[in-house]
Design a protein around this ligand. Structure first.
Ligand code: SF4
Ligand code: SF4
Ligand code: SF4
Ligand code: FES
Length: 322
């Protein structure tokens, strides 16, 4: 059978989908709800292509070739469909990629990561980060007006985290401690930044009652931010802010412990279904349409393998090894 992809004539055999054929021929098509060798159903439409013979936009990850088919993978129309699909997913994505404090620090210190080490009692690593960010760590923050504390989300709930005080506490202890060398990688501001916005009153109450850490930090940054496919595609499609404004009922910063090392954060789930189709009696869909959610019933937790986290294209399902 012969088909054409962007004017290239291709001889096709076997059971491959248009996505696999096009990629094999060197055409780039993005995907989110598809993963090689995993069970899936098309839902995200990021892999959209146009079937010119029928004048239809189709998902390439589930479409099979038909004799004489003419496929367009790169026109303006196709790109617009992919961008709209991403915007739609992000409109319901109640999450932050980077913590607001780290984004505004003039010294480019990854404050959230430093506080994470602090809260876990790994002070040597916290000091290591500070040493990387400041030439003179003992004078860190000396002349700074602390935009981090003004941006701190905890300030919307009760009081901002005392970031400068904690840095001083850590650097005062520095000489006595063996400092772990930890690289402070500056945040790349060219990457897509999902922004959470303001908390509702009920969210403030819930977070005040449930989030308690030694530093008081809420740990706003997303655990999946360094390898999130949603973020990578949003960056590639030059998405600054989602174009839709639909409010979500999903609870922010609310995570479920799946097992000793695995967590599930529903507000970062794009309902791609990969964890549902690839776990037996594990994750499942609840409701339909815009209100649809992915849930993990308590009794199903024992059926979840840790490898499932690697299928998740966002920071919704992740492993934390201390
Ligand atoms: S709560 Fe923590 S992570 Fe969030 S902005 Fe404040 S210091 Fe940063
Ligand atoms: S899941 Fe991805 S896009 Fe969403 S907050 Fe995390 S890193 Fe950002
Ligand atoms: S948790 Fe991850 S894999 Fe599962 S449906 Fe949500 S985004 Fe997809
Ligand atoms: S990758 Fe094809 S619909 Fe999601």
């Amino acid at each position: 059978m012969q088909i054409t992809i962007n004017d290239k004539t291709i001889e096709v055999q076997g059971q491959d989908t248009l996505l696999e054929i096009a990629r094999h021929e060197g055409f780039e098509i993005p995907s989110l709800c598809w993963s090689k060798d995993a069970k899936h159903k098309s839902s995200c439409m990021l892999c959209a292509v146009k079937d010119m013979s029928r004048g239809q936009i189709i998902p390439s990850c589930t479409s099979k070739p038909v004799e004489g088919m003419q496929i367009d993978t790169q026109s303006e129309e196709v790109m617009q469909v992919r961008t709209m699909s991403l915007e739609l997913l992000l409109s319901d994505h109640r999450a932050d990629c980077e913590a607001p404090c780290s984004l505004v620090c003039p010294a480019k210190l990854d404050i959230e990561r430093m506080l994470d080490y602090y809260d876990k009692g790994q002070k040597e690593k916290a000091v290591g980060l500070i040493k990387h960010a400041f030439d003179l760590p003992k004078l860190a923050c000396e002349d700074c007006k602390a935009p981090c504390e003004k941006a701190c989300r905890r300030g919307n709930i009760d009081a901002p985290v005392s970031i400068r005080k904690l840095i001083k506490e850590l650097t005062d202890e520095m000489d006595a401690a063996v400092v772990d060398e930890v690289e402070n990688v500056a945040i790349d501001k060219k990457l897509f930044q999902s922004r959470l916005g303001r908390f509702s009153d009920s969210e403030k109450i819930r977070l005040k009652e449930t989030v308690s850490t030694p530093s008081n930090c809420l740990h706003c940054a997303c655990t999946g931010r360094s390898d999130c496919q949603l973020r990578t595609h949003a960056t590639a499609h030059k998405i600054k802010r989602p174009g839709y404004d639909m409010s979500s009922e999903l609870q922010v910063m609310s995570k479920t412990k799946v097992n000793d090392i695995m967590y599930f954060e529903p507000s970062k789930c794009i309902r791609c279904g990969l964890c549902v189709y690839n776990s037996d009696n594990g994750f499942t869909f609840k409701d339909r349409g815009f209100g649809m959610e992915v849930i993990l019933p308590e009794e199903n937790k024992k059926n979840i393998r840790v490898e499932l986290a690697s299928l998740c294209p966002t920071g919704a399902l992740y492993i934390v090894e201390n």
